[in-house]
Design a protein around this ligand. Structure first.
Ligand code: NDP
Length: 331
């Protein structure tokens, strides 16, 4: 495993990490979840991701029970949670000072932990002033309930505002952003946040490297029973892979399968390696419903060296979605 600094912080996270969305507390039982975490840990993963909203808190309870039974040393682990969707009540949601404190306390109880290493604002909250959120997150860190705080799917402009406000008020600034990043979804990590990596030392914990499994190639002949895109309640997700948009993605996957085979790797390995080589990516959070998938995906680290300029150009030609670079008026 390779360990990378989370932005310019002193924290080291495994370049490949493991998350619990859809799977823990919902799709798979605790035994299967434990087998996945164990396979990840054996491959050197130290960072495990969660959120208060995953399976209405059950994902945290499952992860907490697994960690407790594992015998792993707490200091060897980097555990995160995300706060926003804590329930249906008017104060159970969002980034108010009240919900940040109450939400995190409930998360820590479910995880059976005294602190998380990372806590994220799971989405921006239109109804709470950024200053209220920054002050609450800063206080959370001061109290030792989390070591670092960050955002998820925030606009660069809002991250910069939060950072500047924290600096001005001598508060703890955000360290990292958790953003979607995969071959189909590139704009934010490759373009929008680019200046933040240098200007404020932002780290990224990127998610859905396989676009919910679509970039594994297993959806070439429809939606197999038991796979994520066939699950009840995930029709909204499947929609992104149907119709004309879906046909376009499918055509790309067909070509990418051939590129991967030519390199002697699987498409999941190629797709994850492709994320790993992007500047600004601190860790790629993988997901899996079975330990065999974890083992396959962890080998993506070995595939990074296969991504020569020529291979990347071939992939780029297939994807055809590279963000337009900022104009350079000096050249
Ligand atoms: P992926 O895009 O990699 O999708 C993972 C799913 O793809 C697995 O659960 C499995 O589903 C399938 N899969 C994985 N590996 C393989 C393989 N080798 N072959 C075939 N199928 C495979 O990642 P996730 O969408 O799960 O995201 C990863 C993590 O990122 C989450 O767990 C969460 O921690 C975080 N996240 C954060 C978000 C945020 O808003 N901040 C949003 C979403 C995720 P199956 O077997 O069921 O088909």
């Amino acid at each position: 495993m390779e360990y990378r600094r989370l932005g310019t912080s002193g924290l080291k996270v495994s370049a490949l990490s493991f998350g619990s969305w859809v799977t823990f507390g919902e799709q798979v039982d605790e035994e299967a979840a434990a087998a996945c975490m164990k396979a990840a840990r054996e491959a050197g993963v130290n960072f495990f991701d969660n959120a208060e909203g995953y399976a209405q808190g059950k994902a945290e309870s499952v992860m907490g029970a697994i960690i407790r039974k594992s015998g792993w040393k707490r200091s060897d682990l980097v555990i995160s949670t995300k706060i926003f969707w804590g329930g249906k009540g008017p104060n159970d949601m969002g980034l108010s000072r009240k919900h940040i404190f109450e939400g995190l306390e409930a998360s820590l109880r479910r995880l059976q932990l005294d602190y998380v290493d990372l806590v994220f604002c799971h989405r921006p909250d239109k109804e709470t002033p950024i200053e209220e959120t920054v002050r609450a997150m800063s206080r959370i860190v001061d109290m030792g309930l989390a070591f670092y705080w960050g955002t998820s799917e925030w606009r660069a402009e809002d991250i910069r505002t939060a950072y500047a406000l924290a600096r001005r008020e001598h508060l703890v600034p955000p360290t990292m952003e958790q953003a979607q990043y995969n071959m189909f979804h590139r704009e934010r990590v490759e373009k929008e946040y680019r200046r933040l990596y240098e200007d404020i030392g932002l780290g990224t914990t990127t998610w859905s490297p396989l676009a919910s499994g679509y970039l594994s190639g297993k959806y070439l002949r429809g939606f197999p029973e038991g796979s994520r895109l066939s699950l009840r309640g995930y029709g909204w997700l499947r929609k992104r892979f149907e119709g004309s948009e879906g046909a376009e993605k499918l055509a790309k996957v067909k070509k990418l399968v051939k590129v991967a085979a030519g390199l002697g790797v699987t498409l999941p390995q190629l797709a994850i390696a492709w994320c790993l080589r992007t500047p600004g990516v601190s860790t790629v959070i993988t997901g899996a419903s079975r330990p065999e998938q974890v083992k396959e995906n962890m080998k993506a680290l070995d595939a990074v060296r296969l991504l020569t300029g020529d291979v990347l150009a071939r992939i780029e030609k297939i994807l055809g979605n590279s963000p337009e670079p900022e104009p350079d008026f000096r050249s």
